[in-house]
Design a protein around this ligand. Structure first.
Ligand code: PLP
Length: 225
């Protein structure tokens, strides 16, 4: 399938989820996750009108960045080793996986501008998942005050791998509630206006629960290089 055809279907699904939840599709940004595909396919995504691309390894990001440069807005979505920060920091606009202060410190040190970060939250409590527990998030946001190059743009989560829709709704709903709570802290460096949640299998549910950025790979660009 061509990216543009997949995109058409996804836009229809997004519109339907917005109707259900009384939201506007304009509130939702699609991040095309290109980690499984070639640079040619990533370029096809850009030509289809997608302006946000996401990668989860420094090598993958750099290989695509060499060709596509600043054509798209780049998102780093994978877990990020502290020593890899210097390899990506000049290329990305958003980092979706801020989950520890040592990483915040390194981002702050290496960045020559403000970087929009998502605090990754492990809502489901699965051991295999990265991220802070919801209870840890307020103190973590307060601690970010030390790092002037970090803007906490929002919260990010990965839902459990399940087809149980009730569980998925619960997971995304909890992140939305946490967002409302942390916005009440009124930290100027942590507006937390964005919610990065929803992937190929669960983006409709995430949107119903308040996602503003969905990270879609397989359903949009496919998964073979
Ligand atoms: C791979 C990945 C995605 C996209 O997954 P799909 O199921 O292919 O849509 C989204 N978010 C993160 C953090 C990922 O690593």
């Amino acid at each position: 399938m061509r990216v543009i055809e997949n995109l058409q279907k996804i836009k229809e699904e997004i519109a339907a989820a917005c109707v259900k939840s009384n939201r506007s599709p304009e509130e939702i940004t699609i991040i095309a996750v290109t980690k499984y595909v070639s640079v040619e396919r990533a370029n096809e995504a850009i030509e289809a009108g997608l302006t946000h691309l996401g990668e989860n390894y420094d090598e993958g990001l750099n290989a695509k960045w060499e060709v596509l440069k600043d054509k798209p807005i780049w998102h780093f979505i994978g877990s990020l080793q502290t020593r890899k920060v210097k390899n990506i920091i000049d290329k990305v606009d958003y980092i979706h996986s801020l989950d520890r202060l040592s990483l915040a410190k390194e981002i702050n040190k290496r960045a020559d501008r403000k970087i929009k970060c998502f605090v990754q939250v492990n809502v489901s409590g699965e051991e295999s998942k990265h991220g802070l527990t919801p209870e840890e998030v307020p103190a973590f946001l307060e601690a970010l005050q030390e790092f002037p190059n970090i803007v906490a743009a929002g919260l990010m989560t990965m839902a459990p791998f399940t087809e149980n829709k009730t569980l998925l709704h619960q997971c995304f709903h909890r992140l939305k509630e946490l967002q409302l709570a942390v916005q009440n802290m009124n930290l100027d460096y942590a507006p937390c206006t964005e919610l990065s949640m929803g992937m190929s299998n669960d983006y409709s549910i995430a949107i119903e629960e308040g996602a503003t950025m969905v990270r879609i790979g397989t359903a949009l660009v496919g998964e073979d290089a």
